[in-house]
Ligand binder design. Structure first.
Ligand code: ATP
Length: 238
């Protein structure tokens, strides 16, 4: 895959809900972490849903890794998604939850089992394979969700407030892990967050949404300097 091909491209995308119409024109290069910011209801989750294929644009086009996505369902897209509530199956053990990332039908080879173990080790959870999600802490469950995303080996990782339920120590741990994975795997990461410290420690770029539109799409340091904008000052003061 040529590195000059954008990881994510939305051209003249429009999606109308009763309360709000969202419009996005957006190009995100391969590699790097883009923090997605904006007030509640500004369209952050919807943007991720349009990329992941859980929402379909009324108009415009979405291309990922240079390929048009109009006819591609979520499972066929080069995207892994981790939500705040991590979507683990409570009745299945951790290894099985991760195995679902390799094959939803769970037809797993011995090599796949080894990949699951390696992913658990990478997120610091060796030996947790037989545990069930309800017996884990919130931070451990988020790391299992990250391990499941890792075995999918997809180049784009969408994170919708993945640290929201975690205390500051665990937030820092998850943030460090994601920063390391970005470098190791060359992932293109979109991270929805309400926390200025996530922007400072993780973001390469910032995408700031307002009322369903992109207000700013700039490098992190440019964003941090734009305290002349009330929206930015409010976010950084939060
Ligand atoms: N399926 C839907 N049906 C109707 N309206 C929707 C739907 N999904 C989102 N919206 C509306 O679109 C707008 C953007 O919602 P979205 O969830 O993307 O915002 P957000 O920035 O992620 O907010 P939050 O920070 O509160 O999660 C809101 O006005 C929301 O009510």
């Amino acid at each position: 895959m040529s590195p000059t091909i954008p990881a994510i491209q939305l051209e003249a995308v429009r999606l109308a809900f009763p309360a709000r119409t969202l419009s996005f024109d957006l190009t995100i290069a391969q590699g790097g972490i883009t923090a997605v910011l904006g007030a509640s209801g500004s369209g952050k989750s919807t943007l991720l849903n349009l990329i992941a294929g859980f929402e379909t644009p009324d108009q415009g086009s979405v291309a990922l890794m240079g390929q048009p996505m109009a006819a591609v369902p979520p499972a066929g897209r080069p995207v892994s998604v981790i939500f705040q509530d991590n979507n683990l199956f409570a009745h299945l053990d951790v290894a099985t939850n991760i195995g679902l990332g390799i094959d939803p039908g769970l037809r797993l080879s011995q090599a796949d089992g080894t990949r699951v173990e390696a992913a658990l080790a990478r997120v610091g959870l060796s030996g947790f394979g037989q545990r069930r999600p309800p017996s884990l802490s919130g931070g451990e469950r988020q790391r299992v969700a990250l391990a499941r995303a890792l075995v999918q080996t997809r180049p784009i990782l969408l994170l919708d407030e993945p640290f929201a339920a975690l205390d500051p120590g665990l937030r820092a741990g998850m943030a460090g892990l994601i920063a390391a994975l970005k470098v190791e795997l060359g992932l293109t990461v979109l991270l929805v967050t309400h926390h200025p410290e996530d922007v400072r420690r993780l973001a390469d770029q910032v995408l700031f949404l307002e009322e369903g539109r992109i207000l700013l799409h700039v490098p992190r340091d440019v964003f941090l300097a734009r305290t002349d904008l009330p929206e930015v000052a409010r976010f950084l003061g939060a």
